[in-house]
Design a protein around this ligand. Sequence first.
Ligand code: GTP
Ligand code: MG
Length: 242
Amino acid sequence: LPTPGTVEFKNVTFGYPGAEAPVLSDISFTAKPGQTTAIIGSTGAGKTTLLNLIPRLYDATEGEILIGGVPLKDLGRDTISRNISAVPQRPYLFSGTIASNLRFGAQEATEEELWEALRVAQAEGFVAEREGQLDSKISQGGTNVSGGQRQRLCIARALAAKPNTYLFDDSFSALDVNTDAKLRAALAEPTKDAAVIIVAQRVSTITGADQILVLDHGEIVARGTHEQLLETSETYQEIVAS
Ligand code: GTP
Ligand code: MG
C-alpha cells in the first residue's frame, strides 16, 4: 500500500445475495491510521458484515470502500491480505504447532517476534507453561485451548503479521475485564501507526476510542467519542445502561 491505510467507507450499502432487505445502508466513515474506530450496536445490527467487507469477503452492493485512497477492487487480493489483519468473531486455529498458527500470514516472523506478539496479546504466560512452548500442538479447531486462549492466540497471529489495518470483531469479550484492559493498553504501541477498527460488546472496551460508530439495523445512528455520545445518543445511553 502507498501509505498506512486510511479505511474509507463512502455511502456503502450491502445486502446478502438473495436477501430482500439490505443489511447495511448508506455507511460512511473514515478510520485513520493511528486511531481507533469502534463499532457498537445490538446483535444483528450488521457489525460483522461491515468488517467483512474490508478484506472483501463480500463486495458492497452500492458505494465504495477505499484504503489509502485506492478503491478495494483496484488493490488486489494479495495486497489486501498482506495489509489487513482480521481477528474474526469466532477465531480459528488449525491443527499444527502454536508457531505455525501464529505464522499464518507472517511466514518470516522470527521466534522473538512471535513471543513479542504473544506478550502483547497476554498469551505469553500460558504458552510458556505448555510443554514444547511454541512447538506445542494445537488440535484441529483449537479445541485443546480455552476460548479465551484461542482468542488471544488469534490476536497474537494478527500482530505477528504487522499489518497497517487491524480488524477486531468482538475479540475482547471472552476476556475478563482486567485482561481486556491490559491487552488494549499493550496494543497501543504495536498499532500506533495502524488503523484499528474494533467491534465491541462491552462499552468499557471502547471508551477511549477516537470515534465510536453506533450501528442500529444496518445504519450509523450516531457517532462521536464516548463523552459526546453520552450527551447526544439515546441508543448509546441504552447500550451503556444495559
Ligand atoms: P452480533 O455478532 O450477533 O453482535 O451481530 P452483528 O452486528 O455482527 O450482525 P451480522 O453482521 O452478523 O448480521 C447482520 C444481519 O445479516 C443479520 O440480520 C444476520 O441474520 C444477517 N446475516 C449475517 N450473515 C449472513 C449470511 O451469511 N447470509 C445472510 N443471508 N444473512 C446474513
Ligand atoms: Mg457479529
